[in-house]
Design a protein around this ligand. Sequence first.
Ligand code: ADP
Length: 191
Amino acid sequence: MFNLILFGPPGSGKGTQSEKLIDKYGLLHLSTGDLLRKEIANQTKLGLEAKSFMDKGQLVPDAVVIGMINSALEANPAAKGFLFDGFPRTVAQAEALDNLLASKNSGISIVLALEVDQEELVKRIQIRGQSSGRSDDSDPNVIRARLVEYENKTAPVAGHYAGVGKVVYVKGVGTIDEIFQSLCRQIDSRK
Ligand code: ADP
């Protein structure tokens, strides 16, 4: 299996690049943000719980998202690889993911980390908020809270995988296609 983590702060382009990468490499896209928004749309108990955190720009509890990822892995035993988008977002999630994959005799192949400066991130999230209908993209206080959560809890995940030499930083500024080509070059040199 080829398992890829697309890593980076909110607004760094993970969703956009994921769509292109899964097409090219035949990976299964697992976005915890999308999975959570589906639960909210279906008004499930999990969705209602998650919404209270997401509306404030806080991370949803680890156990909730780890459970979701576990179910998604179980539901797709024949997948030739997964692209994890927006997960893992804490070191505890990264450890849980390593264990889940190890139990399937697999592991993370590469972590591609998109680098975008803070000013550009806020601009992109606000623009997305005008068309996405995502309430967490419209409120400047919620956007700021998400960036703080990222610095405190998510940025250390890169350290977790850097320790085992899996992290590659890619410039996340430029045209969508330029960034896509840089990501592909990194994948192709390691496949
Ligand atoms: P973005 O990367 O732009 O913040 P996402 O769609 O990935 O957007 O996430 C939206 C929200 O969903 C996050 O702010 C957080 O509240 C919640 N969320 C998504 N993935 C996770 C996760 N792995 N762990 C905890 N919370 C998560």
